[in-house]
Design a protein around this ligand. Structure first.
Ligand SMILES: [Zn+2]
Length: 184
C-alpha cells in the first residue's frame, strides 16, 4: 500500500478532477473520473450540497456558493420536516443560510480566532478574552433558532467529512467497488 504522503491531498486531488478534461476510467490507476465518482458516491444522500461545499472550501467560487446555499436550504427544509421543527419557509431559508455561512467562516470575525482582544493601538494580544466569541475563537451562533442552526452546521460538516473521507480511501488504493459495498 502506498502511503498518503506521496499522494496529493484529497481536496487538491478533487480540484484537479473538477478541472480535468481526461475523465477516462483506468482499472489500474486512479484517474480524475474516479474522484468525481467518489464525490458522487459520497454525496448520494445530499447530492446538491456536497460537491459545491467542497469547492467553496477549496477556492470559493460564486456559482458554487449559490449552489451550496440552495442545497443547504433544501437540506434545512428536509430536517425541518423530519425532525418536526415547525419552521416557516423563510425561517428555513434563514437557518440554512446562517448555517452555511458558519460552516464556511467558522472563525470569530472580531478576533480572527485569536481568542483575545488586541492591546489597543498595537498588534499584540492582551489578556482580555475576545467579547463577541467569549474567548473561544469561534463564530458565535445567533440565539434565535440556535439549535436548528447548530444541527444544520453539524450535518454540513458530516457531509464535507464523508466526501473527503471517500476520496481519501480512493487515493489510498481502495476500489470503487469496495467503497460502494461499504455504503450499503
Ligand atoms: Zn473572538
Amino acid at each position: 500500500m502506498t502511503t498518503a504522503a506521496d499522494r496529493p491531498g484529497a481536496r487538491e486531488r478533487l480540484v484537479g478532477a473538477f478541472q480535468s478534461s481526461d475523465l477516462s476510467i483506468d482499472e489500474r490507476t486512479r484517474g480524475d473520473a474516479d474522484y468525481l465518482i467518489a464525490l458522487g458516491l459520497a454525496g448520494q444522500s445530499n447530492p446538491r450540497v456536497s460537491g459545491s461545499l467542497l469547492r467553496i472550501t477549496i477556492d470559493g467560487r460564486q456559482a458554487d456558493y449559490k449552489a451550496a446555499r440552495k442545497g443547504t436550504v433544501e437540506l434545512t427544509k428536509r430536517l425541518n420536516a423530519e425532525r418536526n421543527w415547525r419552521l416557516s419557509g423563510p425561517s428555513c431559508q434563514a437557518v440554512g443560510e446562517l448555517a452555511l455561512a458558519h460552516h464556511i467562516f467558522p472563525v470569530c470575525p472580531a478576533c480572527d480566532g485569536r481568542k483575545f482582544q488586541l492591546v489597543p493601538g498595537t498588534p499584540h494580544l492582551s489578556a482580555t478574552p475576545c467579547q463577541p466569541c467569549g474567548g473561544t475563537g469561534e463564530r458565535r451562533i445567533q440565539r434565535k433558532h440556535h439549535n436548528h442552526i447548530r444541527d444544520v452546521i453539524e450535518m454540513l460538516s458530516q457531509i464535507d467529512g464523508s466526501t473527503v473521507g471517500t476520496v481519501k480511501r480512493l487515493a489510498n488504493g481502495a476500489s470503487i467497488g469496495a467503497i460502494k459495498g461499504k455504503r450499503k
